[in-house]
Design a binder for this molecule. Structure first.
Ligand code: HEC
Ligand code: HEC
Ligand code: HEC
Length: 205
């Protein structure tokens, strides 16, 4: 779980794929010590551009996506890595896109299970954050062991395995919840999500 998020350079899965419907070729690559998403369409409505990818979400075992930032607003990459199929494809929400969707906001509700120590979005926005967005990678010790302050003073840390079952399970259930999509059907949430819908209808909790 320490690898559930982090700086994009720590987890680069190169992409070079053509989305047939929109005729857009997407690439993800490393250049000059940074990670980039580029998009390019030739022909009648040519368009091209690139975005720097700052963070990854998902270790890649089952799936992975990247985040980029524009004017402090954080967005998800329009393409996802699908670990089960070992390929890049459009983000579930954008399978039928005919343009280049660069406006999928990265909500707190989406990030809080994958990231620790996140700041809330800037007042009045849903996806504008102070940078750096991630103060450390992945899920931190404290999400399962409680605040470290007592430990620093020599107190024993909370050992989840020694808690009563309901308190123990509550720790994991912060992020691994039973619900519309159980954790056995891992990753299903990201296949179901459509833009404009409330995330809570889709995520596996
Ligand atoms: C309630 C907590 C929770 C929320 C909210 C959540 N996820 Fe997840 N996500 C998980 C857990 C736990 C896993 C790993 C176990 C699983 O696959 O069910 C996971 C797996 C993933 C993976 C695959 C990672 C891998 O390789 O194992 C990706 C990618 C992902 N989530 C992205 C997202 C995105 C994007 C959002 C927002 C739309 C989101 N998640 C919202 C908890 C959450
Ligand atoms: C996803 C939840 C989770 C995270 C994150 C996590 N741990 Fe744990 N940790 C556990 C569980 C559960 C146990 C109990 C394992 C057992 O006893 O079977 C444990 C046990 C321990 C123990 C042994 C405690 C004892 O009383 O013997 C130490 C030390 C520890 N973890 C340190 C860390 C540190 C340091 C980090 C961060 C780098 C960390 N853990 C992150 C869940 C977690
Ligand atoms: C802060 C959120 C969070 C908490 C709390 C948490 N997990 Fe996770 N867990 C995740 C995320 C996110 C992933 C997916 C990591 C990835 O592959 O990107 C994951 C992955 C896993 C996996 C691997 C699942 C798979 O099939 O890939 C196991 C097993 C797991 N967690 C068990 C636990 C247990 C047991 C606890 C409680 C002691 C716990 N987790 C608490 C967020 C959390």
């Amino acid at each position: 779980m320490a690898h559930s998020s982090g700086p994009s350079l720590d987890n680069v899965i190169p992409a070079d794929f053509m989305h047939k419907r929109s005729g857009v070729r997407y690439r993800i690559y490393r250049d000059s010590g940074r990670v980039w998403l580029s998009f390019e369409r030739k022909g009648e409505n040519p368009i091209h551009g690139q975005r720097e990818l700052l963070y990854y979400i998902g270790s890649g075992r089952r799936g992975l996506t990247y985040l980029f930032v524009e004017d402090g607003f954080v967005f998800e990459s329009p393409i996802n890595w699908y670990g089960d199929r070992q390929l890049w494809d459009m983000t579930p929400a954008y399978q039928d896109a005919s343009e280049i969707p660069l406006n999928l906001p990265a909500h707190t509700s989406c990030l809080h299970c994958h990231v620790s120590g996140m700041k809330p979005p800037v007042n009045g926005t849903e996806n504008r954050y102070e940078m750096p967005l991630l103060t450390h990678s992945g899920v931190s010790c404290e999400r399962c062991h409680g605040p470290g302050a007592g430990h620093m003073k020599g107190a024993a840390i909370v050992n989840p395995a020694k808690l009563p079952p309901d308190r123990r399970d509550a720790i994991c259930m912060q992020c691994h919840m039973e619900g519309r999509v159980s954790i056995e059907r891992a990753g299903k949430h990201i296949y179901d999500f459509r833009p404009g819908d409330s995330l809570s209808n889709y995520i596996h909790c």
